[in-house]
Design a binder for this molecule. Structure first.
Ligand code: NAD
Length: 496
């Protein structure tokens, strides 16, 4: 049961005859009531009952019971449900957009990007049931047929963070369902609607059979109940490296397949022959967009000594110009940091960076949750803003003289999610890009790039080698099975 703010037309401000009755009747849990507030205004958005471990276990059992019939269903019907889900999302884009902005504090551009991507995940997944799911393989025993096929993993447990709840949920839910699995989704409790209820509403209307998609709401207790539930066959976790370690250890102890998509501290290298204006604009976008709360945003700017003054000047000019405020109501580029705890963390990293010798060029201040875009120079390999994933609008800039040094600086972090190189020489840019230890690297573009067709994921502290998207979804959401068939029963007599 969800109760929305009584003083408003609806909690998101956009009255919806479709979503509001659904939310009023939605019951994701029987546990303690939890209030969800809008970060930008502090306004009450809704109160939601969290899921207890027992609720999670019931959800997992119901998902497991529903899965076999779904896997056996006509593939065209499975595909059609995903296509219908995409259409329903488009029809209710405005409501979902409003909730996304209210719950996460996202700017319009970020919200639209996330919405486009969410639909793309559904459309890409809708093509999956039509694809071959195995092959015939050679065998030394000529009289038998030998085939390998992909079978659904079973029940997928998905745990997602608050920062891009709809796309990070949909990149698991859509392909997992398409490939014949059931899913239990646990979004972050700060974003229960755009990370959870929205999925339930869409798939119910799209005709997904009952039981296949379960939403549970809660934090660590609910998350651990999901990871350890015996009915959950695959754990798909997206979130911080710190929590990812715990989830990986729990799942590993139970010998479960686990996909970990974790934090990043992504480098952007600017060579001396780069288009500095373009590079600085890309660097500003990749660090300040959505207040820096993007896993593959740029956390480290590595700039050639010959162009660093111009680069920093341009970055700082943009930082001064960007406006902060409530992105739902105002004409601003940056919204709030998601909560007080995260704001204190960002502020503390900046303060400790300055204490340790970094120069604050611009920013470093905040009003309430609105943190000003910040540029730091005279950064070293031990500056906190360089070593840590800040997850805030903070751009530490370090200088280099040679290409090998730039590569070494980029690879000095244990994270390995995304990277970028700006150079007018494609071969030089490519030579550097190929040496960066990251799951994704872009020449003459910045680090925030994704498409539903590519295998998204990171190396090192950014993940455990799993990927989402395109062909990689087959590895993540299915198991291989080898099947052989003989015409005649083979006997092992006379020895046996
Ligand atoms: P977080 O790790 O605190 O929380 C993520 C999810 O885990 C939430 O749903 C949370 O409720 C749940 N959780 C918390 N403790 C748990 C536990 N003990 N067991 C199981 N689940 C638990 O992450 P966050 O701070 O909300 O998100 C930001 C982080 O996520 C950043 O580090 C960011 O880089 C990362 N991220 C990574 C990707 C990626 O694809 N690599 C994408 C987005 C965000």
């Amino acid at each position: 049961m969800v109760t929305t703010a009584p003083e408003s037309k609806s909690a998101a401000g956009e009255k919806s005859d479709w979503l509001d009755p659904f939310l009023a009747a939605w019951q994701p849990g029987t546990g303690a009531a939890r209030e969800v507030k809008e970060p930008a205004t502090g306004r009450h958005l809704l109160t939601i009952h969290q899921s207890t471990p027992d609720d999670v276990h019931r959800a997992a059992a119901a998902a497991a019971a529903a899965q076999p019939a779904w896997a056996a269903m006509d593939y065209q019907e499975r595909s059609a449900i995903l296509r219908r889900a995409a259409e329903i999302y488009e029809q209710h884009r405005a409501e979902f957009g409003a909730w996304t902005q209210r719950e996460t504090g996202a700017h319009h551009n970020k919200m639209h990007h996330e919405q486009n991507f969410t639909v793309a995940e559904l459309l890409a997944a809708a093509t999956m049931p039509w694809q071959p799911y195995g092959s015939l393989v050679p065998t030394v025993q000529k009289e038998r047929l030998s085939m390998i096929r992909r079978v659904p993993a079973g029940v997928v447990g998905a745990i997602t963070p608050w920062n891009s709840p709809s796309v990070l949920g949909m990149r698991v839910v859509a392909p997992a369902l398409a490939l014949g699995n059931a899913v239990v989704l646990k979004p972050d409790p700060q974003t229960p609607v755009c990370g959870g209820a929205m999925f339930a509403a869409i798939f119910r209307e799209a005709g997904l059979p009952d039981g296949l998609l379960q939403i549970v709401i809660g934090d660590a207790e609910a998350g651990e109940a999901l990871v350890t539930d015996p009915a959950i066959n695959v754990v798909c976790f997206t979130g911080s490296t710190e929590v990812g370690r715990k989830v990986g250890a729990l799942a590993g102890g139970l010998l479960k397949k686990v996909s970990l998509e974790l934090g990043g501290n992504n480098p952007l290298i600017v060579l001396d022959d780069a288009d500095v204006a373009a590079a600085a604009s890309a660097g500003a976008y990749a660090t300040f967009q959505f207040q820096g709360q993007v896993c593959f945003g740029t956390g480290r700017h590595i700039v050639h000594r010959k162009v660093v003054d111009e680069y920093v000047e341009r970055l700082a000019t943009t930082a001064r110009r960007l406006r902060t405020g409530d992105p739902y109501r105002e004409d601003v580029e940056l919204g709030p940091i998601v909560n007080e705890q995260q704001l204190k963390r960002v502020d503390d990293i900046v303060k400790r960076s300055v204490e340790s010798g970094a120069r604050l060029v611009v920013g470093g201040t905040h009003e309430g949750l609105f943190y000003r875009p910040t540029v730091l120079t005279e950064v070293t390999l031990t500056t906190p803003a360089w070593t840590d994933e800040v997850f805030g609008p903070v751009a530490p800039v370090i200088t280099f003289d040679g290409d090998d040094e730039a590569v070494a600086l980029a690879n000095s972090s244990q994270y390995g999610l995304s990277g970028a190189v700006y150079s007018r020489s494609i071969s030089r840019g490519l030579a550097i890009a190929q040496q960066i230890k990251a799951g994704m690297v872009h020449v003459n573009d910045q680090t925030i790039n994704d498409e539903a067709t590519i295998p998204f994921g990171g190396m090192g502290l950014s993940g455990n080698g799993s990927r989402y998207g395109g062909e990689a979804n087959l590895d993540t959401f299915t198991e291989w099975q080898w099947v052989t068939v003989r015409d005649e029963a083979k006997s092992y007599a006379p020895t046996y």
